[in-house]
Design a protein around this ligand. Structure first.
Ligand code: MCA
Ligand code: AMP
Length: 496
């Protein structure tokens, strides 16, 4: 039977612990057995789901992998939903992907189940049953579509990035090679599992190699530092905001606590930062505190990881290194010419087996995203002394906050629905902790006033917490249509 390499490899890891959550260990064998049960349940009388979309809302745990692998082994396309999303956001993802089934843990996710049932989806609840199913499972090739991840961008609604099993395998193999993943590795997983940083870089790479993952429902600083002190981890992957928060925590802790935690970080074999720019000052502060030189890398949902500082050799603060194995990268200037010399700025374009093929149901947008077969990232960079350095983005409407990519247009679309708001514009403003913070400038209906807390209460029912504006300028004196006359860069200055 043709089986994906991921599952063949898992079989060979057998009784080794794959994941541990809340003190409960789960072996590779158990994950395989349970996922075959899920696959059999999803299939029912069918032989193959044939790329039917199956959404799942499962916290980081062995259950998450059981659900993901269950969908894959049944031949479906897995759509991991955001745990902190609102009903409207879930509804959008389920409808846009034309999902047919929703998988949830045995006892949870009532709100999502209600949304799914209203939309007529079949709901499957995970069970603890670890006996393998005897049902024959479909053969899967690399070109089989495997996953849809929703990513915000330059359109007002998130787009579904479709990756095939071949894309996913290429992304994993490149990182396993570049970062020297080992079966003896132990890594904490506290990043959200609806984005590739958590899904591919942490979860999939570790499972591929036979390593051990310790799951946390969120970034729980106290619990994680406790385990760092106990030398529980060999590899650590986080977004810059987390390193900023860790530095603050270390600086505030007692001398003896700090020494013990620093020892735990110091003995790890690899610590990585990515998803947003790591300020050189944070990079240097971390080295000064812990002796660890962070490895910064650059990636995107559509392409996996593309650039990385080296495992061996110089890890340069403020730079993202060179192309990863089997990833081709070029810079294209504003004039449309491929950049061939250092110090010349251009858009990062990427090609290779890890690059996705399509946005779900958006052929035209997909076509515009490629330039002669190269994916246009929208990020601008320059090559300096052999390493790429990211300079910014082509679109002002894309914001990176806490490692999450947000669309200013999506947030504006929510704000403008507020009855007291006449006009609005959203920008990202630089922020020491969050990289960028979401800032909203609004023109109110005459005679009205508004507090930030009021605005955030309005947003809370309509968008996940990390998308909500954390800064507000209420522009009262401007005439109607004033917003259209102010550029977004000028608005950014208003907040600085
Ligand atoms: C939350 N808060 C914020 C933000 N988010 N304030 C400003 N800006 C924000 N973006 C506020 C909340 O309102 C709350 O305020 C307080 O901070 C704590 O919120 P909470 O959610 O509990 O924060 P946290 O748990 O400390 O979360 C911070 C985090 C999280 C761990 C950095 O944002 C995170 O997991 N980020 C990673 C996202 C990620 O994985 N991105 C990768 C995408 P109050 O206390 O007043 O209520 S994939 C990608 O980018 C590519 C492919 C790549 O290269 O990796
Ligand atoms: P996402 O769509 O969530 O996958 O986010 C991808 C975006 O994150 C990229 O297009 C970049 O703008 C940004 N990004 C990822 N890693 C880095 C990095 N090391 N430095 C600067 N930006 C980064």
């Amino acid at each position: 039977m043709k089986e994906l390499a991921l599952f063949r490899r898992a079989r060979s890891h057998g009784s080794a612990v794959a994941l541990s959550s809340g003190g409960v260990d789960t072996s590779y064998e158990t994950v395989l057995n349970r996922s075959s049960q899920v696959a059999a349940t999803l299939l029912g009388e069918l032989d193959d789901l044939n790329e039917a979309r199956v959404a799942f809302l499962v916290p980081p745990s062995s259950d998450y992998v059981v659900a993901q692998w269950g969908v894959w082994r049944a031949g479906g396309i897995a759509i991991p939903l955001c745990l902190s999303a609102t009903d409207g956001e879930w509804e959008y993802a389920l409808k846009d992907s034309q999902a047919e089934i929703l998988v949830v843990p045995e006892g949870g996710s009532d709100a999502t189940v209600a949304v799914a049932e209203r939309l007529g989806l079949r709901v499957v609840r995970l069970r603890a049953d670890a006996v393998p199913s005897s049902k024959g499972l479909p053969e899967l090739g690399g070109d089989r579509r495997a996953m849809i991840l929703y990513t915000s961008g330059t359109t007002s609604k998130p787009k579904g990035v479709v990756s095939t099993h071949g894309n996913i395998q290429a992304q994993i193999e490149s990182l396993v090679e570049a970062w020297r993943w080992q079966a003896t590795d132990r890594i904490p997983l506290f990043l959200p599992l609806h984005h590739i940083h958590g899904i591919i870089n942490v979860l999939a790479c570790a499972l591929w190699i036979g390593a051990r993952i310790e799951c946390y429902p969120r970034f729980d600083m106290g619990a994680i530092l406790e385990r760092v002190r106990a030398n529980a981890f060999t590899v650590f992957m986080a977004v810059p905001t987390i390193y900023v928060k860790l530095i603050q925590a270390l600086e505030q802790s007692s001398e003896s606590d700090r020494a013990a935690i620093i020892r735990g970080f110091g003995q790890m074999r690899l610590m990585i930062s990515g998803s947003a720019a790591l300020p050189a000052s944070v990079h240097e502060r971390w080295t000064a505190l812990t002796g660890q030189v962070l490895l910064e890398r650059y990636g995107m949902t559509e392409i996996g990881m593309a650039l990385s500082n080296p495992f061996d050799g110089e890890r340069r603060p403020g730079a993202v290194g060179q192309a990863l194995p089997r990833v081709e990268v070029r810079l294209k200037s504003e004039a449309g010419v491929v950049v061939t010399s250092e110090a010349e700025v251009g858009e990062i374009q990427v090609r290779g087996p890890a690059v996705f093929g399509e946005y779900w149901g958006k052929a035209e947008v997909t076509e515009k995203s490629f330039d002669e077969g190269w994916f246009r990232t929208g990020d601008v960079a320059v090559m300096e002394r052999g390493y790429y350095r990211i300079m910014g983005r082509l679109s002002v409407d894309i914001i990176k906050s806490g490692g999450y990519k947000l669309s200013a247009l999506e947030i504006e679309a929510v704000l403008i629905e507020h009855p007291q708001i006449l006009e609005c514009a959203v920008v990202g403003v630089s922020d020491e902790t969050w990289g960028e913070a979401v800032a909203a400038a609004i023109v109110l209906v005459e005679g009205e006033s508004m507090e930030l807390t009021e605005l955030r209460a309005w947003c809370r029912d309509r968008m996940s917490v990390y998308k909500m504006p954390h800064r507000l300028a209420v522009v009262l004196a401007l005439p109607r249509n004033a917003m259209g006359k102010v550029t977004k860069p000028a608005l950014r200055d208003l907040f600085d």
